[in-house]
Design a protein around this ligand. Sequence first.
Ligand code: SF4
Length: 333
Amino acid sequence: MAEQREKRPEGQKSQGMQGREGWKESCHLCPRDCGVARGDGEIGVCKTTARIQVARASLHLWEEPCIAGEGGSGTVFFAGCSLGCVYCQNQEISRAAVGRTLSIRQLSWIFLLLKEKGAENINLVTPSHYAPAIQEAVELARKEGLELPVIYNCSGYESVEVLKRLEGIVDVYLTDFKYMDQELARRYSRAGDYPQVAKAALEEMVRQQGQAVFDSRGMMKKGVILRHLLLPGAVKNGKEILHYAFEHYGNGIYYSLLNQYTPMEHREDYPELNRRVTRREYEALVDTALELGVEHGFIQEGKTAEESFIPDFADRGLLDGIPEDGEAFCRCG
Ligand code: SF4
């Protein structure tokens, strides 16, 4: 597979949000730095134009307990992704601009609708390539009474400049940390710079929300959760991530170790990915966390390694309950 703009040239800085509209003329919202005119219909590595595509919006119970709670997390799954891992667990929606096109106002209505359905929070899944639009939608929804925590559920391959602009918008960073191993990052995500990018992004997230806050029911209101999906044969990579994160942030952040990796298709070019992780591999990762002294962690028990946690994206959830732009959003029951 050809490498796609893996890394910006040395010394060149991402321009982050570039004002509210600049990304539509030349997009530098993520470290891919495509520079495409998404507002003119050009498509970046993330597979999207400037049109906001949402694949599904629903209450989701499969997140960490402090995120899912009893009501479920109000997930909004955005289509497209700037990282594009070969093993993507959501590839049905991450590789094309599928789903419904929404205006910023409609996106804010989705947030309000999720709140009315009892969501514990608003959980933005793979949001980075729409960050400025999301910022506006959250601001609109807050003016309309949204007071739920906003969760940025991202790949970790983030622009620090964009994260800085999200200060005050995002309450909880639920971030993947996928690779400490550059070769794995290059092989699976065409992003050899992932480790350094993710380290810088995590530092900014911790700067903003490194002091975790919970309510009386144990729901996270502020904080950072580092997620690592263990890949088959990649225990060393996982251990290195834990060592790095714990040495820098200790128990100031939360750690979520996932064993639910599901092979999405049989791939001859990545034969090592055609199986699930073994119990022994996962236990080795969990043992490392315990040896390091991780106290704030989430692990998966029982048969989760044999289950699929991939949502049914044929079901768009609450999306179809949102009226067309220009119509009134009636919340009278
Ligand atoms: S958000 Fe998309 S278009 Fe913009 S730089 Fe990243 S991958 Fe490229």
